[in-house]
Structure formats: structure tokens, C-alpha cells
Design a protein around this ligand. Structure first.
Ligand code: ADP
Length: 261
């Protein structure tokens, strides 16, 4: 977000034929930081009441005899809605914290073997792919390490892989390729799924954006790709997408390689 604000300010300046100084850009950056802080604070505050609701649901489930039958029946729906809201709040909090990190240094970064990380994720997702008869194929020709946060990078690739499996129908193919390119490593996650319409491709990284609005109850939060992008940016990387409707989609993540590993 910070870099976006800077780019936006720079473009406006270029169009207007004048150049914005640091003093002019600073208030824009501060406004973005305030917005991020608000999202982080609001999500954090919502965790408390959600925990209280979950505790009440647990009591009703453990002691149905204490409540009227019709009330106990409603609990399932309340539990689902609460779980969906919890996912949303956790995703919002994670997004706000990750975006904030792009401004600061990341002293907790450690060397990570991308091959190990991807292989572990793929092993975890094999059963899910098997349920849909989807072939998960991993091709890595190099042993590559990057500096990063292992939990965040796992989250980035698991969001892409879950989507690839989710938006690909039975007997499809999900291909994961790891390619070293100069000082970058590129991880491509390609699927033979539903694809994304040309007019929609530029929106996929927007918060809460979904191609099919009727999917709003599908369990996802519509924040998965925003989170993936924020993580890529916080690792000095980038994420791009190419897609053909009805043919498939390819997300590509580039990250700087850790030299002399
Ligand atoms: P969610 O999956 O929770 O809806 P995401 O941010 O992960 O949210 O994805 C946003 C939208 O982008 C999805 O709702 C879907 O319309 C589209 N999308 C993401 N990945 C794919 C994919 N691999 N193939 C087709 N569409 C996709």
C-alpha cells in the first residue's frame, strides 16, 4: 500500500507536470498507515466478543438438555456464521499486520528452502486433490533458498494452491513449477480450472473481490489473494496472474534468491 501510494503520487505529479516533494507524499502515507492501524485495531477488538460467542456455543453443544430443542437446532447456523466471521477477522488482522511490515525491516526473517516448503504443502494437499481426482504435479529443477518468514510464505503458497484446487474441476491438473531466473526464483501455480474473465483479471488482488458474487457464502473470505500479494511485497517480491476463461489460470510469484546459502 505504501509503495502504491508513492506510485500514485508520482503518477499524479507526472501528469500534472510537476513533482511532489517528500513533504507532499508524507500525509498520503500517514493516511494509509492510519487506515491500516484502524483495520488492525478493529479486527483485534472483534476477537474478544467472538471468543465469548464461541464459548456460549460450546456450552449449548455440550449441555443441550439445559436449553429448548428449537434453540439448540439454531446453534449450528450460529456456529457456522461465527466461524466465517472469525476467519474474516483473522484474515483482516493478518493482512493489516503484513502490510504494515512492508514499511519496517523484518529482523525475524530466516533462510528458507523453498523446495522443502512447497513439498510439505503439496504433501498436505494431496488428499484434497485426490478427492477431486486432480493431479498435483511439482517440478523443481533447482535447490533454492530465500530469506523470509516461513509461516507467511507457507500461507502465500497455500492460498494459491487452495484456490487452484478449488477453482479446478474433477480430473484437472495443478502444476507447480519452481524456476531460478538470475537473482530471482519464480514459483508458478498453474491450473486447468474455470479461469478468470479478461475484464476481471485486474481485480483479483482487490480486497473482498470475487468473480462470482454468489460465492459469498463459499467459506472463503475474498482476502486470500490480497494476503498473498501483501506477503509477496513484504518479501520484496511480486505476484502476477495470467488467465483464460474456461482454460485455466497461472499465478506467478517472484522472490529474491538468498545468495551464498
Ligand atoms: P476467495 O477464494 O476466498 O473468494 P481470493 O482472494 O483467494 O478469495 O480470490 C478472489 C477471487 O479470485 C475468487 O473468488 C475467484 O473468483 C478468483 N480466483 C482466485 N484464484 C482463482 C483460480 N485459480 N482460478 C479461477 N479463479 C480464481
Amino acid at each position: 500500500i505504501l509503495s502504491l501510494s508513492a506510485i500514485a503520487a508520482f503518477s499524479l505529479a507526472a501528469v500534472g507536470g510537476y513533482f511532489l516533494t517528500d513533504t507532499a507524499v508524507k500525509p498520503i502515507e500517514e493516511a494509509f498507515e492510519k487506515q491500516q492501524q484502524f483495520t488492525a485495531d478493529a479486527s483485534h477488538e472483534l476477537r474478544g466478543p467472538l471468543t465469548a460467542i464461541k464459548a456460549s456455543i460450546d456450552i449449548m453443544r455440550r449441555h443441550p438438555e439445559r436449553f429448548q430443542e428449537k434453540d439448540v437446532r439454531k446453534v449450528g447456523a450460529i456456529a457456522n456464521a461465527t466461524a466465517q466471521m472469525t476467519r474474516l477477522v483473522e484474515d483482516l488482522l493478518f493482512l493489516a499486520r503484513t502490510e504494515k511490515k512492508t514499511i519496517k525491516s523484518n529482523p525475524e526473517y530466516i533462510p528458507i528452502s523453498l523446495n522443502d516448503l512447497l513439498q510439505k504443502l503439496i504433501d498436505l494437499l494431496e488428499p484434497l486433490a485426490g478427492e477431486k481426482n486432480i493431479t498435483l504435479n511439482y517440478q523443481a529443477f533447482d535447490e533454492v533458498s530465500v530469506m523470509g518468514n516461513p509461516d507467511q510464505l507457507t500461507r502465500l503458497f497455500s492460498n494459491l494452491l487452495y484456490n487452484a484446487l478449488n477453482y479446478t474441476s474433477e480430473k484437472g491438473l495443478v502444476l507447480i513449477r519452481l524456476i531460478q531466473h538470475n537473482r530471482l526464483v519464480k514459483v508458478a501455480v498453474e491450473d486447468t480450472g474455470v479461469g478468470i474473465a479478461p475484464e476481471d483479471v485486474s481485480h483479483v488482488f482487490d480486497r473482498f473481490w470475487r468473480a462470482d458474487k454468489s460465492r459469498h457464502n463459499s467459506g472463503g473470505t475474498g482476502l486470500g489473494l490480497s494476503i498473498a500479494q501483501a506477503i509477496a511485497h513484504s518479501h520484496q517480491g511480486k505476484i502476477t496472474v495470467k488467465s483464460k476463461l474456461g482454460i485455466g489460470t497461472c499465478f506467478e510469484v517472484s522472490l529474491p534468491i538468498l545468495e551464498n546459502k
